[in-house]
Design a protein around this ligand. Structure first.
Ligand code: NI
Ligand code: MN
Length: 225
């Protein structure tokens, strides 16, 4: 059994035979369901270099020995931030397997920087663990290549999709993403953390309709796959 635990904003913790933490922005996250000291992981996946996605990755990796997986440039940046005290695995768009976890880094339409200087490119991840497939879209706008993700790597058990608008898709675009991805379930994320990304998850649910089961998780809640 695989559990997908929503930690707030874009932070998710996937628990099965391995523990995969994605975008662990916990310190300074008004929605955070756990403190960075309260989490353990085997792998930490980072979708892009923005602070609300890197979050506490370096600190958690230092304490737990978790390996950080990210785009080559983002991985090097984090290794430098940690003065080489963490293990980073740089990759790029494409499939790989790390510690028995299938990982496909896929494109996302977004920027990736320290706020000023570009660092790699933005991405999403398709994670295959214990026979389940989870797609974390990262920060992105909708794009028709999402149809390829389900064609190549589907069926997707759950798609974690940003709906907050302003920096990413809003509910309307995210509902279109569901149409392209054809996941069994969809979980909205990256909304209501701050005023610019206010969104109504019920609107997303309404727009998705019968196309997938929309599961609205509050920070701290989890979904069983
Ligand atoms: Ni971002
Ligand atoms: Mn973001």
């Amino acid at each position: 059994m695989v559990k997908v635990h929503f930690l707030g904003h874009a932070a998710f913790y996937i628990k099965g035979s391995k523990r995969v933490l994605i975008d662990p922005f916990l310190s300074g996250n008004p929605q955070a369901a756990v403190k960075p000291e309260g989490i353990d992981a085997d792998l930490i996946l980072i979708t892009h270099a923005h602070g609300d996605h890197i979050g506490d990755a370096v600190e958690i990796a230092k304490r737990t020995g978790a390996k950080i997986v990210a785009m080559f440039d983002v991985a090097n940046y984090l290794n430098q931030q940690a003065n080489g005290q963490v293990e980073t695995i740089g990759m790029n768009y494409g499939p790989t397997e790390i510690e028995g976890v299938g990982i496909v880094q896929v494109p996302a339409w977004h920027s990736s920087s320290d706020g000023i200087h570009g660092i790699g490119n933005a991405s999403g991840f398709i994670v295959k663990l214990d026979g389940r497939t989870v797609y974390h879209a990262g920060d992105t706008f909708v794009f028709s290549d999402m149809a390829l993700f389900s064609e190549l790597y589907g069926p997707i058990d759950v798609a974690l999709l940003p709906i907050g608008g302003h920096f990413t898709m809003g509910p309307r675009e995210a509902a279109k993403a569901v149409e392209l991805l054809r996941p069994k379930k969809a979980v909205p994320m990256h909304y209501n953390t701050w005023p610019p990304i206010s969104a109504d998850p019920e609107e997303f649910k309404r727009l998705v309709g019968e196309k997938a089961e929309v599961v609205i998780l509050k920070p701290g809640e989890e979904l069983e796959l």
